[in-house]
Design a protein around this ligand. Structure first.
Ligand SMILES: Cc1ncc(COP(=O)(O)O)c(C=O)c1O
Length: 348
């Protein structure tokens, strides 16, 4: 049985979090002399002399409407990369605990584990890029705190079988992190609605992909109120800056525009797949639920270098186990995709 108290680090359980000026006084006042800010303003047109809302209420309120879950179940991070780091710092004791990774998958889980001195136990995906449940069950020990599942998975592009994720949620006493950075492009439904069912579930999403806001650094974690409280306690007090909060809020009003881009991206993805299949150096294109495709080729290094010379950058993933020969290609605008295809016609 999952019990948050059993997996929480002792020092975090006992932590008195930093109490900022904005934590201690909430409401409207006419004179703020409590935070050592510059009362004259900012040397800019827009004013940023005041600290931002530490708990980003307005952005979360809007997200809560879009995602259909209460504000208390939402954490915002400086990118979902920050949420990943905070999970390590909240639940994993350095030099003692371990986490399970299922490669090939998003590289930051391992980097974050290494930064935090947490052992990683790797259980490769199957040839079909699905979970090896038996392998995972064998790898779990009493110090295993987190399992990271990326669905749709980066770099393979496929979604992970829902039933398998639920098997983990039902049987693992630690936290199952389902990273849905690419969920807006997927035919699969989000795990957000399972939050009421599973107290050991953390769902990660981001404004960096479909929402087109990678530069603002706003990532989300959705989880039980208890887990969100822990993450808020551990995060830096002002982790989402004022301009990111304002711009994210403005962007979140434009759902229609984003939905239009998602549709166009999926259309372009299909077109790109068709065009790439015609090349004899393309051996396979894996089914994708994301805004990128993994393309197995006869000469990944050669194609990569050729494209770089022409000013086109794709991602060489050919050194990664199970991705031998493969390049990861993000779906671009129609013009960018056409340039890619036209350029590849000259690859010998
Ligand atoms: C699977 C996955 N998760 C998380 C991230 C990080 O997103 P963010 O920009 O929100 O930190 C990425 C970025 O590429 C990703 O591919």
């Amino acid at each position: 049985m999952f019990n948050l108290n059993n997996i929480l680090r002792e020092n975090i359980k006992n932590l008195t979090p930093y109490s900022s000026a904005r934590d201690e006084f909430q409401g409207e006042a006419s004179v703020y002399l409590d935070a050592n800010e510059n009362a004259f303003g900012s040397p800019l047109e827009d004013q940023y002399n005041r600290y931002p809302d530490p708990l980003q209420y307005n952005v979360k309120k809007r997200l809560s409407e879009i995602k259909g879950l209460p504000v208390r179940n939402i954490f915002l991070g400086n990118g979902s990369d920050e949420a990943i780091d905070i999970l390590f710092r909240s639940f994993c004791n350095p030099g003692v605990d371990n986490v399970i990774l299922v490669p090939p998958t998003y590289g930051m889980y391992e980097v974050s584990a290494n930064i935090n001195d947490i052992q990683t136990k790797k259980v490769s995906l199957t040839e079909e890029f699905q979970l090896n449940l038996e392998g995972i069950a064998e790898a779990i020990d009493q110090n295993t705190k987190l399992i990271f599942i990326c669905s749709p998975n980066n770099p393979t592009g496929n979604s992970i079988n829902r039933d398998n994720v639920e098997t983990l949620l039902n049987n693992f006493d630690g936290i199952v992190v389902v990273d849905e950075a690419y969920i807006n492009f997927s035919r699969q439904k989000t795990f957000i609605q399972e939050l009421t069912e599973y107290s050991n579930l953390v769902v990660l999403q981001t404004l960096s992909k479909a929402w087109g806001l990678a530069g603002l650094r706003v990532g989300m974690a959705f989880a039980s109120e208890e887990i969100i409280e822990v993450m808020n306690k551990v995060k830096p007090p002002y982790n989402i800056n004022e301009s990111s909060q304002q711009l994210a809020l403005k962007a979140l009003a434009n759902v229609e525009q984003v939905n239009g881009w998602i549709k166009e991206t999926l259309l372009q993805r299909d077109k790109l797949v068709l065009a790439l299949k015609a090349f004899d150096f393309v051996l396979d294109i894996y089914p994708s639920d994301a805004n990128f495709i993994l393309v197995k080729t006869t000469d990944p290094k050669g194609i990569y270098n050729f494209l770089v010379q022409k000013g086109i950058i794709v991602r060489d993933r050919s050194k990664i186990d199970l991705c031998e020969g493969s390049l990861r290609i993000t779906v671009g605008t129609p013009a960018e995709n056409e340039t890619l295809i036209d350029t590849l016609k000259n690859f010998k």
